[in-house]
Design a protein around this ligand. Structure first.
Ligand SMILES: Cc1cc2nc3c(=O)[nH]c(=O)nc-3n(C[C@H](O)[C@H](O)[C@H](O)COP(=O)(O)OP(=O)(O)OC[C@H]3O[C@@H](n4cnc5c(N)ncnc54)[C@H](O)[C@@H]3O)c2cc1C
Length: 292
């Protein structure tokens, strides 16, 4: 076990000991983090980050762990889970907490007749993870419906405009700053429930072909004007296996953990894919997933 130990000033936080990545990540592998902290509101986030920084304790922010590859063994950072930042406040605008899942967000939208975020259906994520990754599908990305994002920047709460978030394909300013996203005001419009439901069903239908099983979703970003999955398939890698990890036979940009794969086996498979695609097309694939 790593030597991470938080002193008594952290006693008021909700803490989980022995956070098992195998159980909590969608890829279903990895070791154990000795401590995960679950701040309940923005002020707790500010205080927690102040404490951790002052104590020189390394930390890692996580949402739903749907786009991450955890490490093996004892994890050497404190995890900050946003799962309890799950308020949705709807007044003139809608503010969605970072820990709200896409499912809970869309249920709220349906009940309140708010349209614009239906493309998030089926993406396993928290809103914070989606805002960090600029998640989306079919040419629609969450960045385009952001009015502003509230985050702990340095040790203070700040509200960033959409322009300040610097959204681009699978990019946001948060990848540079590492700021903790608390939530966002989103640009949604009023619409009849039936219309929202119809949109949700249409986006759900588009996802029917996606592979089932434990994965991180797409492993690689699409290179400009190209599709990473097609390049991987073209390099003859569909179905390729390293230990318990396999390039999906249905969608070559997915790696499936179907037989107790280790993070090392998945990393080896990623390396093989990158080398083979480079050898065949002279194109360097870049990971979309984040390594923890
Ligand atoms: C089956 C499957 C299908 C998928 N389909 C899609 C898809 O269609 N489109 C798509 O875009 N993605 C897809 N993904 C990938 C994934 O769902 C998205 O990237 C999602 O946005 C990750 O959100 P998360 O809450 O799980 O973040 P995590 O995986 O927990 O974290 C991802 C990154 O975001 C950072 N982060 C998370 N929360 C915060 C926060 N509050 N503040 C600061 N940083 C934060 C983490 O530090 C990490 O670097 C899919 C994944 C799976 C497993």
């Amino acid at each position: 076990m790593s030597g991470i130990c938080l002193d008594e000033k952290y006693a008021n936080f909700t803490i989980e000991k022995n956070f098992e990545f195998t159980k909590k990540s969608t890829i279903g592998c990895g070791g154990v983090a000795p401590v995960a902290v679950y701040p309940e509101n923005a002020q707790e986030c500010v205080t927690l980050l102040r404490y951790l920084k002052a104590d020189g304790v390394p930390y890692q922010i996580v949402g739903n762990l749907s786009n991450v590859l955890p490490k093996s063994g004892a994890y050497d950072k404190v995890l900050i889970s946003t799962k309890r930042l799950c308020d949705v406040v709807f007044d003139k605008e809608i503010f969605v907490g970072a820990g709200v899942t896409s499912g809970a967000f869309l249920r709220f939208c349906k009940e309140n007749g708010l349209s614009g975020g239906e493309f998030l259906v089926g993406i396993p994520c928290t809103i914070g993870g989606a805002l960090y990754m600029n998640a989306g599908v079919a040419g629609r990305y969450i960045g385009e419906i952001v009015e502003s994002v509230t985050a702990v920047c340095g040790s203070e709460l700040k509200t960033l405009t959409r322009a300040e978030c610097a959204y681009a394909y699978k990019q946001s300013v948060f990848m540079q700053t590492g700021d903790l996203i608390i939530g966002a005001s989103l640009r949604l419009k009023r619409a009849p429930q039936a219309e929202i439901l119809e949109n949700i069903q249409a986006y759900t239908k588009r996802r029917a072909h996606l592979p089932k099983g434990k994965s991180m979703g797409c492993v690689f970003k699409n290179p400009k004007n190209l599709i990473a999955g097609e390049l991987i398939e073209g390099a003859g890698l569909k179905g390729l296996r390293v230990g318990g990890a396999q390039v999906s036979n249905e969608h070559a940009n997915f790696i499936i953990n179907d037989k107790g794969a280790t993070p090392e086996q998945i990393k080896t498979l990623i390396k093989i894919i990158k080398n083979a695609v480079f050898a065949q097309y002279n194109i360097r694939l870049e990971e979309e997933i984040r390594y923890l």
